[in-house]
Design a protein around this ligand. Structure first.
Ligand SMILES: NC(=O)c1ccc[n+]([C@@H]2O[C@H](COP(=O)([O-])OP(=O)(O)OC[C@H]3O[C@@H](n4cnc5c(N)ncnc54)[C@H](OP(=O)(O)O)[C@@H]3O)[C@@H](O)[C@H]2O)c1
Length: 323
């Protein structure tokens, strides 16, 4: 079968390690199920793997791709919950299992014609969404859902700042928070993405770093260094930053004085539980939400998709279809 494989890692030239090649069709084993991939989407995670960040080189070569919508052998339309973990080992929460792995970290991912996943990872695809739309949800939308509702304990009426509106997680967070009755402020470096944020339900949009009309209860942060100081300044006393990523760098000035004096809470967030992913899917269907797709490419065009992600020149998700 055709697949996009990480064959080597290079921090400065990540695409040099991405190869389109033939791989064997996987055969199901006990407790694992085969999914025919219809659509998948690119995440920053794929680029981090190619850069050699957070991915053990001993797992190379590996098929990339952690977002999958497809069809099982018995014809069921599904999306794949992308965390392979033991909930018990995490005290009931898969994301706290010290041995958890996202699809494409230890097991082959979805940039291929087929993949194998544990049976419990297969969830019904919402009928209201196309395969392309469904392929945007597992990583970005589930991550945003946990950030807002579990880690951030969002309530209707809360004021929320989402940094970097054009990102996959950020654009999902804007849609979900607005649909949950929060007042959403969003920042972006580009007018296109500020317009996108308004379309998704943001109340007001701002250039990165611009002063907001009021302080907020919650900041959704995935940009990192470039926006961290602004995120801290925008919080009400007692407010929370939930952080799930640091695209622009991981070591901003900590500003500890502000954190203790204003009693701010800094909360990490990674992935989602299977239950949170199911809850997110139900919320998306109930509210009629749809992910914003930047572009749809064929598997053969994956290098172009990865380059666009690398350039940071996107509005929403880049979807890869597999014919
Ligand atoms: N912990 C988890 O479970 C988890 C899950 C998914 C993603 N992540 C991480 O979260 C981060 C975002 O992921 P994603 O898939 O949403 O990526 P993405 O779609 O590429 O979004 C990143 C966004 O950050 C903003 N940005 C990038 N560089 C910036 C800079 N120098 N200054 C200001 N804004 C900048 C951009 O927004 P504008 O262009 O609109 O300004 C960009 O759209 C990544 O680091 C990823 O690894 C973590």
């Amino acid at each position: 079968m055709r697949a996009a494989v990480a064959v080597s890692q290079n921090f400065d030239d990540p695409l040099s390690g991405l190869a389109l090649m033939q791989m064997p069709v996987p055969e199901p084993t006990e407790g694992w199920i085969k999914v025919k991939v219809r659509a998948t989407s690119i995440n920053m995670h794929d680029l981090w793997t190619l850069r050699g960040v957070g991915h053990d080189p001993k797992n190379i070569p590996i098929i990339l791709g952690c977002d999958v919508a497809g069809v099982t052998d018995d014809g069921r339309g599904v999306i794949v919950y992308p965390v392979i973990a033991d909930a018990e080992a995490g005290g009931g929460d898969e994301t706290l299992d010290p041995r958890r792995a996202l699809l494409s970290e230890e097991h082959h991912g979805g940039f291929a014609e087929y993949l194998l996943v544990p049976e419990r990872c297969v969830l019904d695809k919402p009928g209201s969404l196309s395969f392309e739309e469904a392929a945007c949800l597992p990583v970005a939308w589930s991550t945003a859902y946990r950030m807002l509702f579990t880690q951030g304990a969002l309530k209707p009426g809360d004021r929320v700042l989402v940094q970097g509106a054009g990102g996959g997680v950020a654009s999902a967070a804007i849609s979900l928070a607005a649909a949950a009755g929060a007042t959403v402020y969003a920042t972006s470096r580009s007018q296109t993405n500020r317009d996108l944020a308004l379309e998704l339900g943001a109340a007001e949009v701002f250039e990165s770093g611009e002063r907001l009309p009021e302080r907020v209860d919650l900041v959704i942060e995935t940009v990192g260094e470039a926006t961290w100081a602004h995120s801290l300044r925008c919080l009400k006393p007692g407010g929370a930053i939930v952080i799930a990523g640091a695209t622009s760098g991981t070591s901003p000035e900590a500003d500890l004085g502000r954190i203790f004096y204003q009693q701010l809470r800094v909360i990490g967030s990674t992935g989602s539980t299977r239950q949170e992913t199911q809850d997110m899917l139900r919320f998306v269907e109930t509210k009629g939400l749809r992910p914003k797709i930047d572009r749809v490419l064929a598997l053969e065009e994956i290098h172009a998709g990865m380059q666009a992600m690398l350039d940071g020149n996107i509005s929403g998700k880049i979807v890869i279809t597999v014919a």
